[in-house]
Design a protein around this ligand. Structure first.
Ligand code: PEP
Ligand code: MN
Length: 282
């Protein structure tokens, strides 16, 4: 079984912290909450999310501008215009931003505007992309492939590490199975196994794992109980109007409520969650 190399030299419980900004680090005592819409749609949309959720209960904003859509006829993302929206929101609200990179040619522009580059499930084994991200100079959020084994997942991470970038965060986002009731099956066993196999922080995306908003909160809690270092959850000011993944988008109010329910669970496993006591999403 492949383990990431640093782990072979260090204590199995050792964790490499991955710093996203001055005040946000994956792999520390704090469980990092990443939130935002599936797709960046407008400046108003992103400012609304940032105003209502950043920097607590959400410590990093995530929104796609290059979207890997199943159909070529579906909206493909705002591209450069979306990147500029992310950069403006980052600047105005002082919140780190994360967005997906689909091609080597996009790395430079995305690394200029965002704090972290996401590799989506469909690109987990795009080895040229992974190698180039080794030189991107920004942390990478690597999502597990649709049907990737843990060995393949760790091998993909190792490509980035071995090409010079030690700042990789793994994301379990559900794997394909036979039952279409849920979009995927959240593999919480993998979260526990990865914590034992690698020094890299591991976060969980219950949104793509389930595809259904009503299943997200309980699985977010289960993820924390299993030792996840963070959560990636899709939310939108008007969930039903999301241009992609509407069925799994939480409202901003539901997002606040969800994060508010997490501190006791986090405390039970020796972790913390950042909340704003008096925050009421209007
Ligand atoms: C996403 O994060 O919006 C996304 C496309 O996820 P995944 O790559 O996990 O399917
Ligand atoms: Mn999505």
């Amino acid at each position: 079984m492949l383990t990431t190399k640093l782990n072979e030299k260090t204590h199995p419980q050792h964790k490499t912290p991955v710093q996203l900004s001055e005040s946000v680090t994956f792999g520390g005592a704090e469980v990092v909450i990443v939130g935002g819409p599936c797709t960046v749609e407008s400046i108003t949309q992103m400012e609304t999310v940032a105003r209502k959720l950043g920097n607590a209960p959400v410590q990093a904003l995530r929104g796609g501008v290059y979207k890997p859509r199943t159909s070529p006829y579906s909206f493909q993302g705002l591209g450069q215009e979306g990147l500029e929206i992310l950069a403006r929101v980052r600047q105005k609200f002082g919140i780190p931003v994360i967005t997906e990179v689909m091609a080597v040619s996009q790395i430079e522009a995305i690394a200029t505007h965002a704090d972290m580059l996401q590799v989506g499930s469909r690109n987990m084994q795009n080895f040229d992309l992974l190698k180039a991200l080794g030189q991107a100079g920004k942390p990478v959020l690597l999502k597990r492939g649709l049907s990737a084994t843990l060995e393949e997942f760790l091998g993909a991470a190792e490509y980035i590490l071995s090409h010079g970038n030690p700042n990789v965060v793994l994301c379990e986002r559900g794997i394909r199975s036979f039952d279409a009731y849920t979009r995927n099956v959240l593999d919480l066993g993998a979260v526990v196994a990865l914590q034992q196999l690698t020094h890299l922080p591991v976060i969980v995306d219950p949104s793509h794992a389930t595809g259904k908003r009503e299943l997200i909160a309980p699985l977010a809690k289960a993820a924390i109980a299993c030792g996840a270092d963070g959560l990636l959850i899709e939310c939108h000011p008007e969930p039903e109007k999301s241009v992609s993944d509407a069925r799994q988008a939480l409202s901003l109010e539901a997002m606040v409520e969800l994060v508010r329910s997490l501190p006791p669970l986090a405390a039970a496993v020796g972790r913390t969650v950042r909340i704003v006591e008096d925050l009421v999403a209007a």
